[in-house]
Design a protein around this ligand. Structure first.
Ligand SMILES: COc1cc(O)cc(C/C=C(\C)CC/C=C(\C)CC/C=C(\C)CC/C=C(\C)CC/C=C(\C)CC/C=C(\C)CC/C=C(\C)CC/C=C(\C)CC/C=C(\C)CCC=C(C)C)c1O
Ligand SMILES: C[S@@+](CC[C@H](N)C(=O)[O-])C[C@H]1O[C@@H](n2cnc3c(N)ncnc32)[C@H](O)[C@@H]1O
Length: 327
């Protein structure tokens, strides 16, 4: 964890410096300023590449971006089947629980960042549609004197079965979005769903736009987690909710030993056999170990400006759902 903190600090300093430099350059202040925190080099020289981690490897931030892109480009076609195989379907329960926590209502505007092949978005659409139908039924039951024609008419006139809810899936990877769109077409999802290519660190949306922001198994892959959290805060409406489903820290030592064995001995093998890609699944298990603990991540969410930040560990802490509000 010390490595994680060190990388985060170094990456933070680097970005702060490049922001100062960008402002100065824009205001014409800095033509004679040195170009790095140590102040010894001339502007024409390159800024040192800020280091971060890609699994257990230390790489430059640019390299990490490219490598993460390559991982998901490579696994996209086998992504869904791999998740079912690796977790024996348990990832579906975790995603359902995320929706239960969200409890969206007809009208909710959701942004699902790093939404990949659409698992969260499809669950959201099912949920709000069922909610809306239930509400409609209750309203009709309350109106005791309607004839069957009037009831049929009310059902047929219903233009928006989602009651105004919308979900935007935003992901940086074209291949993941392509598979998501194919799945949506095959499963008949169309209304209330949009696909946007975009970076969690620089979201292509206005301020105060969404009621809920979700990110499931995505934030671990982002280079500057603090920047992604700030963006989440920016695009949420006041009162809006941040929800993150991510791998976390297992607290039971016995389960932790078994989980480690399973992760390092089985998952890359499954990756090779099913997706023909050992390396991407080695990255998956390594990146899980690099991600901050439940408490550390809670603090990071608070640092981004969220309030009432809580978390719930699931399956002995293999994953956790963090929640926070923009108040
Ligand atoms: C590239 O990046 C990615 C790519 C992706 O495709 C996906 C993601 C994002 C990830 C997800 C959406 C979810 C992916 C799911 C996981 C990574 C797995 C999570 C793990 C579990 C739910 C199970 C946790 C396992 C344990 C607590 C330990 C139990 C382990 C055992 C009983 C096996 C111990 C292993 C050995 C002794 C090694 C030798 C064993 C063999 C060769 C036999 C092989 C055994 C199996 C295949 C059994 C599999 C067993 C389970 C899945 C256990 C399930 C049971 C329970 C938790 C009760 C992404 O970022
Ligand atoms: C493990 S998948 C999760 C997909 C989906 N949320 C799910 O739960 O199945 C991680 C996703 O994060 C996306 N991703 C990685 N870095 C990103 C970034 N900076 N901005 C947006 N998406 C990113 C990847 O392209 C990939 O689709």
């Amino acid at each position: 964890m010390a490595t994680h903190r060190c990388c985060a600090l170094w990456s933070y300093c680097g970005r702060r410096w490049s922001r100062v430099m960008r402002c100065c350059r824009l205001s014409g202040l800095c033509s004679s300023w040195p170009s790095g925190p140590l102040g010894a080099r001339h502007l024409s020289q390159e800024k040192p590449a800020t280091e971060t981690h890609f699994g257990f490897e230390t790489v430059s931030e640019e390299e990490k971006r490219g490598k993460v892109y390559h991982v998901f480009e490579s696994v996209a076609k086998k992504y869904d089947v791999m998740n079912d195989m690796m977790s024996l379907g348990i990832h579906r329960i975790w995603k359902d629980l995320l929706l239960c926590k969200m409890r969206p209502f007809p009208g909710t505007q959701l942004l699902d960042v790093a939404g990949g092949t659409g698992d969260i978005a499809f669950r959201f659409l099912n949920y709000v549609q069922a909610q809306h139908k239930g509400k409609q039924k209750r309203q009709l039951r309350a109106q005791q004197n309607l004839s069957w024609e009037e009831i049929a008419k009310k059902y047929q006139n219903e233009e928006d079965p989602l009651g105004g809810s919308r979900v935007v899936v935003c992901d940086i990877n074209k291949e993941m979005l392509k598979i998501g769109k194919q799945k949506a077409r095959a499963q008949g999802y169309k209304a209330g769903l949009a696909w946007v290519l975009g970076d969690a660190e620089e979201l292509p949306f206005d301020d105060d736009k969404f009621d809920v922001y979700t990110i499931a198994f995505g934030i671990r892959n982002v280079t500057h987690i603090d920047q992604a959290l700030q963006e989440a805060h920016r695009v949420l409406k006041p009162g809006g909710r941040f929800l993150c489903l991510e791998f976390s820290q297992v607290n039971n030592p016995l389960i932790s030993r078994l989980y480690d064995l399973y992760s390092f001995q089985v998952i890359p093998v499954l990756g090779e056999v099913i997706a023909g890609d050992w390396k991407s699944y080695q990255y998956l298990v390594e990146s899980i170990r690099q991600f901050p603990s439940q408490e550390e991540f809670r603090e990071m969410i608070e640092d981004a400006g969220f309030e009432k930040v809580t978390y719930e560990s699931l399956t002995s802490g293999i994953v956790a759902i963090h929640s926070g509000f923009k108040l």
